[in-house]
Design a protein. Structure first.
Length: 312
């Protein structure tokens, strides 16, 4: 069979004639299915997975996949389990199933596996969390379902899904955020980095208010972290200039010629990356210090970003 002749025939055109004979026969309810068997199953006999952790599908992406299936067929089979009534339930591949239905396919190639409800849930979640486009809240909810419905500990679940326990914990913490913030995460208006910074604020109203600022001001994660730090440490903005009685101040010599030239050079180098003053001081004991003065947090962030672009 030529490559050109195979176009439009999907998976059936890419396997051997011997494979086609078994491939094109719909699975019979009374015939036990082996874990690796493949069959072309009528679309009307397939139902969605009630344990599907993925609850939203990109309509444009579905449409594009549907057009591809119209041209080339469904190359990658979905995975199903056979029900007692002879119908089939999707374990994984619901996106492909939806696109194939949109493309007008009457039969869909599928792997047939045996699975109980818990096995269905575990397989569906593990398959889905490997996807790059699954949003953070969907992943967190999937982890939560594994814990609650499969009686798994965080450690056991982390092993099951191939993630570090700390990663699992960070996802689960997202579910403690107010619903408004979770919705913003699902809509991709926030990143997980933004959300983790918001978790450092205890007051839900303050979390929501800062969430709105992030979206409106298009704030970076570092800007949010700096803002959260300021909110949680208001006293850090106030500097007590009065020395403690037990710790007398050191006399500072600021005469340029008394400071080693290397420290002056340091001040000149770093001075290129900030619009504010950079000073060098030397105490009587010979201790030297380079001091940076910033007017606000934005200056600090700008300074850090400038340094990151250099080879220092």
């Amino acid at each position: 069979m030529s490559q050109k002749a195979a176009l439009g025939k999907g998976l059936g055109a890419l396997i051997s004639d011997a494979g086609n004979a078994a491939f094109n026969k719909p699975a019979k309810p009374e015939t036990p299915a082996t874990p690796a068997s493949i069959a072309e199953i009528p679309v009307e006999k397939i139902s969605a997975n009630p344990y599907q952790p993925r609850t939203t599908f990109d309509e444009q992406a579905l449409s594009e996949l549907s057009e591809s299936i119209k041209t080339l067929g469904l190359i990658q089979p979905i995975t199903v389990r056979q029900l007692e009534n002879g119908n089939y339930q999707i374990i994984s591949g619901e996106r492909r199933f939806r696109a194939a239905s949109m493309a007008g396919l009457s039969h869909i190639p599928a792997y047939i596996r045996k699975a109980d409800d818990q096995g269905m849930l575990e397989m569906a979640i593990v398959e889905n969390i490997q996807r790059e486009n699954l949003d953070a809240i969907e992943v967190a909810l999937s982890f939560q379902r594994l814990i609650e419905e499969c009686s798994l500990t965080q450690e056991a679940m982390a092993e099951r899904v191939g993630k570090k326990r700390a990663t699992v914990t960070n996802y689960l913490r997202l579910l403690k955020l107010p619903a408004e913030i979770q919705l913003a995460l699902r809509a991709q208006k926030l990143t997980m980095g933004h959300a983790r910074a918001l978790l450092s604020i205890e007051d839900p109203e303050q979390q929501i208010a800062l969430c709105d600022q992030i979206i409106e001001g298009n704030m970076s994660v570092r800007e949010v972290e700096a803002t959260v730090h300021k909110m949680n440490n208001p006293q850090s903005e106030e500097v007590d200039v009065q020395p403690e009685k037990e710790k007398p101040t050191k006399k500072v010599v600021e005469t340029p010629q008394e400071i080693d030239e290397s420290f002056i050079k340091i001040a000149e180098i770093f001075g290129k990356y900030t619009n504010n003053n950079v000073s060098v001081r030397r105490s009587e004991k010979g201790e030297s210090a380079v001091t940076f003065k910033f007017s606000d947090d934005k200056d600090v962030l700008a300074f850090i970003e400038a340094l990151e672009k250099t080879n220092l």
